[in-house]
Design a protein. Structure first.
Ligand code: XIL
Length: 312
């Protein structure tokens, strides 16, 4: 039958994977990714430590490799990520005035978004700005610049790449809850000020059996604001070893997430955070968990794969 990418493309939808330069060198990864996904997100290559390791010294070698891959294979490219509190080189947090810190942010956004202007369909401009209670996280950005850092980043990104759709991306914002309401209220404040924002990314690093029941309602409240919504980093982790019942539940979870997005006109794509066990971040970051993606250790489709195809 048709591949996942073919099914998605036929209905104007995007199914993506995160990609790292190491993965591009794997013939097995390439075999699956080339045929099954029509969108790719920079895995680590677009982050600050990779793109501006020293102040004013930009290095796009790794991110360019991802962009070259998407150009060569006709896939959509998602840029990830311009402003975050993780994977920052130490120089970014060195002591300086607020005015200087703001210029550091603007120069970075301008340099990176400018380099990829015309190639990136969507940027995760600001990543993970929220605490669980919906307040803004005490990052170097918020602590030194206040909430305005978000507007400054979005405004600089729009100026550098007017064609890219600009997203704010976070985790634990899939259901209606305090954190997603913080995101919703932020979007409304930005829109009221005329700050450019085009979409919100719901990362969706989920645990098997725990898809929020309010996922679709949450997606709809954002699209009602005129925004696009994307599921940006989907994985559904299972306590290892995963048994058949858990893989069946996981398939239902994937079906629910993809089905909720596909049912809402403004929800334009679902990206999984990798292809298979080899390139999943879960075993390292959530010890004791794994089996979180659509393909297994041998690059064979898990039950969730067919569930996703059927949900589209
Ligand atoms: C992860 C990568 O997959 C890892 O390789 C890296 O060591 C840490 O970051 N939320 C995000 C992603 O927005 O950038 C993170 O990616 C996963 C959580």
């Amino acid at each position: 039958g048709p591949t996942l990418a073919q099914v998605a493309t036929a209905r104007g939808f995007h199914v993506g994977t995160a990609a790292e330069v190491n993965s591009l060198a794997s013939s097995q990864w390439r075999y699956v990714a080339d045929s099954q996904f029509n969108s790719v997100t920079m895995g680590n290559e677009g982050k600050w430590d990779a793109t501006e390791p020293a102040q004013g010294q930009f290095d796009f070698a790794a991110a360019d490799a991802i962009a070259d891959y998407t150009a060569a294979t006709g896939k959509r490219l998602r840029g990830h990520t311009l402003v975050w509190h993780n994977q920052l080189p130490a120089w970014v947090s060195a002591e300086r005035t607020a005015a200087e810190q703001r210029q550091v942010l603007i120069d970075h956004v301008t340099g990176v978004a400018g380099h990829f202007a015309g190639d990136v369909a969507q940027w995760d401009v600001v990543n993970e700005p929220f605490n669980e209670d919906g307040t803004l996280r005490s990052s170097v950005w918020y602590t030194r610049l206040g909430e305005d850092y978000i507007a400054d980043a979005l405004t600089a990104a729009r100026a550098a790449d007017p064609a890219a759709k600009l997203f704010v991306n976070d985790y634990n914002v899939e259901g209606v809850n305090a954190k997603s309401t913080g995101l919703y209220d932020l979007v409304r404040r930005l829109q009221a000020r005329g700050v450019p924002i085009d979409g919100v990314g719901l990362q969706a690093h989920l645990i098997v059996g725990q898809v929020p029941s309010s996922l679709r309602q949450n997606i709809e409240r954002f699209t009602a604001l005129g925004l696009s919504v994307e599921i940006t980093e989907l994985d559904v982790r299972i306590p290892l070893p995963a048994d058949a019942a858990e893989l069946t539940q996981q398939a239902a979870d994937y079906r629910a997430v993809v089905g909720a997005c596909a049912a809402v006109a403004g929800c334009t794509g679902v990206t999984t955070w990798g292809v298979g066990e080899v390139d999943s971040w879960i075993p390292e970051f959530f010890p004791g968990y794994g089996a979180a993606l659509l393909f297994d250790e041998q690059w064979q489709a898990r039950p969730a794969y067919s569930a996703v195809v059927e949900a589209l």
